[in-house]
Ligand binder design. Structure first.
Ligand code: FAD
Length: 495
């Protein structure tokens, strides 16, 4: 930061909900064309594009270094339409099939955003590769949450599960950079290195507290706490909010997404406190889909668990178990009050990555039903009906794929505890500022808030509801629409 400022003019703390008026700015500490708030995948992508377009760029990051939740993530990126990895692994895909799938699964989602995302998926793949990310041309065939191997491709959604398998031609679109285990750190290392190598200026330990608005309603800068001192930063072209979601803010969850309070393993960092969204709302932006979020209690891998049946407290099935784990997680949390058991027999039982416990183990389904205190004959009836049809490779109730249909007959039988009180439920929020595909933030009338852009979890994500998510849509959407926001802000005239 440049010069010292005189304390009396500068308040000690600012509310995100109260924008600073331009006449209350004592003096500008720093001026730039594009100001970016947050250096996760959305902010880094925006910074790279805005700088590439010739704008002066400043990035303010509340942590000492960039990375955010993106760096902690599994690293799956949802890409398709015939990427080199898909082709090398023998899968046919097209922009149209990808679009059909995302629209069907996601809600339907915002059509213009999904369309743009699909049409540019190959270009976005190339952009990521251009940053130095390598995707191995190998397919991880077993159904999983995220490959532990360095394989480059896997199914990461509901593509092969009913009803989506009938609505769009299935293709695997989960792309993971070449690294064993989680890939988020590698992705962010590459992006941060590219930002570092470019002209954008990154300031760490800089918590943006509120935005600065001019009399005509335009966003013209932000106020940040840097070195424990308020600094006023002017943005001549615009401010891009890329400060994450709100899974760490219990008050916001209680108000907007109370079901997500049951998440006991939030996927995020301290930065996911919703401040960016609140700052955007304070200057006229609208927040949408605020109740939506990803939730999972990953009862697979092992993939053999998909041959089990999920039952509720009435001993009844409620979903095809081969659905994406975020879809079954959503169904358990929202449809069953967070209570379910996975019923398995001894041949398919295995340990889960989330260390689920066994609620009961018994030699017969009757005894298992009694041990779980399920209504008399409920589980017995469910298993008898399931087994009868599974023996013929059929699931008339929920249409689970034949590969996972097998009668549960090998005693002992166990109930894997998928109740929210006893099992890990992980997740994060999807809701955020309403944006155009360009990243421009919209107000409640659908008008653009001048000078304001948002991307990543600060904006409403691609899926409209939790059950419509597929792994990779966050990193994919946040990076792609981060780029869009950076480009659009850079194209805006200087003021
Ligand atoms: C364990 C885990 C696994 C996941 N796996 C996947 C996956 O495989 N695929 C996928 O697509 N998604 C995955 N996700 C979700 C995905 O990582 C996030 O949704 C995505 O990274 C969000 O990107 P972002 O840029 O919006 O936010 P972030 O990466 O969190 O970046 C926001 C940045 O803004 C900073 N910030 C916040 N407030 C302020 C402020 N007021 N002033 C200045 N800076 C601020 C934060 O410190 C942070 O660095 C996973 C998440 C987790 C935690």
């Amino acid at each position: 930061m440049t010069e010292a400022s005189t304390a009396p003019d500068r308040p000690q703390t600012l509310s995100a909900s109260t924008p600073c008026r331009s006449e209350d700015v004592p003096s500008w500490d720093l001026e730039t064309d594009v100001l970016i708030v947050g250096l996760g995948i959305a902010g880094a992508s925006a910074a790279l594009e805005a700088a590439a377009a010739g704008s002066d760029v400043v990035v303010l990051e509340r942590a000492s270094a960039g990375g955010g939740a993106s760096a902690e993530s599994g690293g799956l990126i949802y890409l398709g339409g015939g990427t080199p990895v898909q082709k090398a692994c023998g899968f046919e895909d097209s922009c149209e099939e990808m679009f059909k799938y995302l629209m069907a699964a996601g809600g339907p989602s915002d059509e213009s955003k999904v369309r743009l995302y699909c049409e540019n998926s190959l270009e976005h793949y190339d952009w990521l590769v251009g940053l130095g990310l390598e995707f191995k041309h190998s397919f991880y065939a077993e159904k999983t949450t995220s490959p532990e191997t360095d394989d480059g491709l896997c199914y990461s959604g509901n593509e092969t599960a009913y009803p989506f398998s009938e609505l769009a031609k299935p293709a695997p679109r989960g792309h993971k950079p070449k690294v064993e285990g989680d890939g988020g750190r590698l992705i962010m290392d590459k992006l941060l290195a590219a930002v570092e190598a470019g002209p954008a200026r990154v300031i760490g330990d800089a918590l943006v507290e509120t935005l600065v608005r001019s009399d005509d309603g335009r966003v013209i800068g932000a106020v940040a706490r840097v070195d424990n001192r308020l600094q006023y930063i002017r943005a001549r072209q615009g401010v891009v909010l890329a400060a994450g979601g709100f899974i760490m803010n219990k008050e916001m969850l209680a108000r907007h997404a109370p079901a997500l309070l049951k998440i006991n393993y939030p996927n995020g960092t301290d930065g996911d406190d919703g401040r960016g969204i609140r700052m955007g709302v304070a200057v006229g932006g609208t927040a949408i889909h605020m109740d939506a979020g990803f939730v999972t209690t990953p009862f697979y891998p092992p993939a053999s668990h998909l041959k089990g049946i999920l039952v509720n407290e009435q001993g009844q099935r409620f979903i095809n178990e081969d659905a994406y784990h975020g879809r079954s997680g959503h169904a358990i949390l929202h449809g069953q009050g967070g209570n379910a058991y996975l019923i398995v027999d001894t041949e398919i039982y295995g340990k889960t990555i989330a260390f689920h416990q066994k609620a009961a183990v018994e030699d017969s389904i009757e005894d298992l039903e009694a041990a779980l205190k399920l209504p008399p004959a409920s589980l017995v009836h469910t298993v008898e009906y399931y087994n009868r049809h599974a023996a013929n490779g059929e699931d008339p109730l929920f249409h689970k794929a034949e590969a996972y249909l097998r009668p549960l007959t090998a005693a002992p039988f166990a109930a894997v505890d998928c109740r929210n009180s006893n099992a890990i439920f992980a997740g994060f929020t999807f809701g955020g500022l309403d944006t155009l595909p360009t990243g421009e933030v919209l107000d409640s009338e659908g008008e653009v808030v001048a000078g304001l852009y948002a991307a990543g979890r600060n904006s409403a994500g691609l899926p409209r509801w939790g059950g419509g998510y597929s792994s990779g849509m966050s990193l994919g959407g946040s990076s792609f629409f981060g780029r869009m926001a950076g480009k659009t802000a850079a194209a805006a005239g200087r003021r």
